[in-house]
Write a protein that binds this ligand. Structure first.
Ligand code: FES
Ligand code: FE
Length: 452
């Protein structure tokens, strides 16, 4: 890990800190107590959490900075120098494979005047050269070239001016996450019971997953929580919002009502704010026919168990708190990047089983594009809802009227079939857990606030 000096001038010679030159945010910005904005027990939500700029800034400090955030898939890094640029909250980061083949992540901001040192979306390189004045950093984040080096004083030591490194980068079955929080629990601990549900998508046969078709990116005029909470908790919208898409995709000769729209199902409610909803229907995997026919369900049952094959593997959607969501049948994984309180960027990958023949991978890719690509028939419905809710929340009176998250109040229970607590398929339980976690983080000083 590269060392990181304090801001120059504060303490003479820079002192290394593990997590970056963070100022104490409360010195600059008052902290808002959000206790009155989320009533998770009563199922009420204040719309200010979707629109208020100070709340948004506090989210970046206390929700995004301390949490594990999705960065990329291991398949994107096959040889040293492969890189991918993304964001953690609004902080730009470079994810790259170093010379020892370790995947590392750095703040994508030059230590000189702060420009991004990598402006490409992805590629392969030997170093990252800033286009402003030419400082260059190697794959290990070290500052290796400074034009007009002799112009700096003797005490200028390039070892003090390496890229700020994300201190923790770990992966779960190919999904790479990072956190700025040096004292965060391990990724596996943070996922907790959610990993069982994620593995219904990631661990069909032990060969793992890979990325097809690059990364799709689009902008939505909505707060990032609207989409994250929906993927955690909201199956209730499916029949109404997606009625036309369901009719379009119903298997020939079968009505959507009979084959697709199910109230039978469960919703996983995680204490760390994750959530997963899935209808239970043992016979119909509602996806591309080529994938359906290729898939070895009996082998999957032996590996994953009936409960997973008949539920979270064959349908559903889910969110890993705060802003990573996925659709197991589509193989769509996505990040809801926050871009202000009323805007997000959706970045979406399509994952396929590594063991699939090429034509089945292609069928999976096309199926995902038709349904949950940037103009997919389901994706368009969802985006319209989020933009609608966001747009009218700007109204003063509208913003003062609370929202209802009361479906399934008190329904969470352990039933022995699924790990952890689950609720009904149509329920707001995972949404309440999502906002309970959000509220807790918003009201808790982050590590950099208590360590200094
Ligand atoms: Fe990067 Fe000056 S800002 S070299
Ligand atoms: Fe939807």
């Amino acid at each position: 890990m590269t060392s990181t000096p304090e801001l120059a001038g504060r303490a003479g010679r820079p002192t290394a800190t593990p997590a970056g030159p963070l100022h104490r945010p409360s010195e600059l910005t008052p902290t808002i107590d959000v206790s009155g904005l989320v009533d998770a027990d009563g199922g009420l939500l204040d719309r200010a959490i979707f629109t208020d700029h100070q709340i948004y800034q506090q989210e970046l400090r206390r929700v995004f900075a301390p949490s594990w955030l999705f960065l990329a898939h291991t398949d994107q890094f096959r040889r040293p120098g492969d890189f991918f640029t993304t964001y953690m909250g609004e902080d730009p980061v470079i994810v790259t494979m170093d010379k020892s083949r370790a995947v590392r992540a750095y703040l994508n901001s030059c230590r000189h005047r702060g420009a991004r040192v990598c402006r490409a979306d992805a590629g392969t390189t030997r170093n990252f050269t800033c286009t402003y004045h030419g400082w260059a950093y190697d794959l290990e984040g070290r500052l290796v070239s400074v034009p007009n080096r002799e112009g700096y004083p003797d005490r200028f030591d390039t070892a003090d001016w390496g890229l700020v490194e994300v201190p923790r980068v770990e992966n779960h079955r190919g999904l790479i996450f990072g956190t700025w929080n040096p004292r965060a629990p391990s990724l596996r601990e943070a996922l907790g019971g959610m990993a069982w549900y994620m593995d219904a998508m990631l661990d069909h046969d032990g060969a793992g997953t890979e990325v097809v078709g690059g990364v799709h990116k689009w902008v939505l005029e909505g707060n990032w929580k609207l989409s994250a909470e929906q993927f955690a908790t909201d199956w209730y919208h499916v029949n109404m919002s997606h009625a036309s898409a369901l009719m379009l995709l119903a298997p020939a000769g079968k009505s959507p009502r009979d084959e697709i729209v199910h109230r039978a199902g469960r919703q996983y409610v995680d204490p760390n704010g994750h959530g997963a909803g899935f209808p239970v229907h043992p016979k119909n995997r509602f996806d591309a026919l080529a994938v359906h026919q290729w898939f070895d369900y009996e082998a999957a049952r032996a590996r994953l168990g009936d409960a997973r094959v008949e539920g979270p593997m064959t349908n559903g959607h889910a969110t890993v708190f705060p802003n990573f969501s996925y659709l197991p049948v589509n193989g769509s994984v996505r990040v809801w990047h926050p871009k202000g309180p009323d805007r997000m960027e959706v970045w979406a990958w399509t994952l396929v089983d590594r063991s699939m023949p090429d034509e089945v991978k292609e069928a999976q890719r096309l199926y995902n594009l038709r349904t949950f690509g940037p103009s997919g028939v389901f994706e368009a419905d969802d985006g319209e809802n989020w933009s609608e809710v966001q747009a009218i929340s700007r109204g003063f009176v509208t913003n003062s009227v609370p929202l209802n998250y009361q479906m399934g109040l008190g329904s969470e229970r352990e039933d022995g079939r699924y790990p952890g607590k689950t609720s009904e398929l149509y329920s707001d339980a995972a949404g309440r857990a999502f906002y309970r976690r959000w509220q807790s983080l918003m009201n808790t000083p982050a590590w950099y606030e208590v360590d200094r």
